[in-house]
Design a binder for this molecule. Sequence first.
Ligand SMILES: C[S@@+](CC[C@H](N)C(=O)[O-])C[C@H]1O[C@@H](n2cnc3c(N)ncnc32)[C@H](O)[C@@H]1O
Length: 261
Amino acid sequence: MVSDGALDRVLKLLASPPVRPEVSRGYLDLLDESDESETHDTVAQRLMRSAGLPRIYEQAWRPVVFGLAKGGPLGPSTEQEYALARAWLNLAATPGATVLDVACGPGNVTRALAEGVTDGGLVVGADASATMLSRAVADTAASAPGTAEVAYVRCDAVNLPFAEAAFDAVCCYGALYLFTDPWAALAGMARVLRPGGRLVVLTTHRPGLPLLGPGLGALSGATGIRMFGARELTEGLAAAGFSSVRRRSYGLMQLAGAIRR
Ligand SMILES: C[S@@+](CC[C@H](N)C(=O)[O-])C[C@H]1O[C@@H](n2cnc3c(N)ncnc32)[C@H](O)[C@@H]1O
């Protein structure tokens, strides 16, 4: 359950708040149905909009699919991934932080970020999928006194509706590879971060192994999942306005952190 107070706080973060905000489903809805289906029509995106995936995503789909992609026991566990996000975003040293979780899905990462945000803080989960956001709202308990608030917004991650420098920290886990224009999305994340604010991104990794190339290319073409090279990501972050880029790769996934210049 998301409180009206948290949704009011989100409205204040928008570049152009709507005159009549649509919040009847427990999240602020800034899209209409045609926005969702016309702009994101790949196999992977249709799956994200389905009614079934949100039900199994957090408990079954993510641990299995991400686990395999991270190289099984060689990669970080889900809990370790979340702890890395909190640490690389420096949340412990940012009292009452305002944090954006881009492409939040059913809110699993949003809630994990909120655990690291102190009293007075706000974590905003943003996603284009109505089915994912309904699940996020249902699975999010009302925030206890003394903890961060959580709210959700339905919007396009490639065209974020928030005001410049609205956030102290931005997280984008498990989604950059789905976006129509990931570089525009990173530039948008830079725009909504204050100077000195931090970004963390978990996305796909295309290993530099020639034998894997054709298979990964075919998979990418069939599903709409883009595979990022290591330098491609770090150079893209620098071009989008970030410095102090750090990166780790785990099999077919990579984690990058950076600071808004
Ligand atoms: C695999 S889930 C990731 C959920 C969560 N961040 C995690 O790491 O587990 C990917 C999410 O990206 C969302 N998404 C994809 N393209 C988007 C876009 N252009 N704008 C907003 N959300 C998008 C999908 O709706 C889906 O919920």
